[in-house]
Write a protein of this length. Structure first.
Length: 94
């Protein structure tokens, strides 16, 4: 079944069945997809870093609007570093 076919089927579900499907999908996403995330940790991550990743993932799942798109991220970081250097230079001159 394609995603488009699945979308059509979900759209015609009665409200009670849609709620049941939604609960099932949330559980599926949080458990099955969450397990995929935690099954393959890079070897150099410590427990604190793993917990931070899981906390950020949970925050995103609770409210996807908290995510920042990757596009433009490098430019934002570079600008923040430049601003910090300007502040440090101004502070050291005072």
């Amino acid at each position: 079944m394609s995603v488009q076919e699945l979308e059509k089927q979900v759209q015609i579900l009665p409200p009670e069945e849609l709620a049941r499907f939604s609960q099932w999908f949330d559980t599926y996403r949080d458990t099955v997809m969450g397990e995929a995330l935690t099954d393959e940790w890079p070897e150099d991550l410590n427990e604190e870093q793993k917990q931070e990743i899981l906390l950020r993932r949970a925050a995103y799942l609770a409210d996807p609007s908290v995510a920042t798109p990757w596009e433009g991220t490098a430019e934002r970081i570079i600008e923040q570093l430049r601003a910090r250097r300007r502040q440090e230079a101004a502070f050291s001159r005072s």
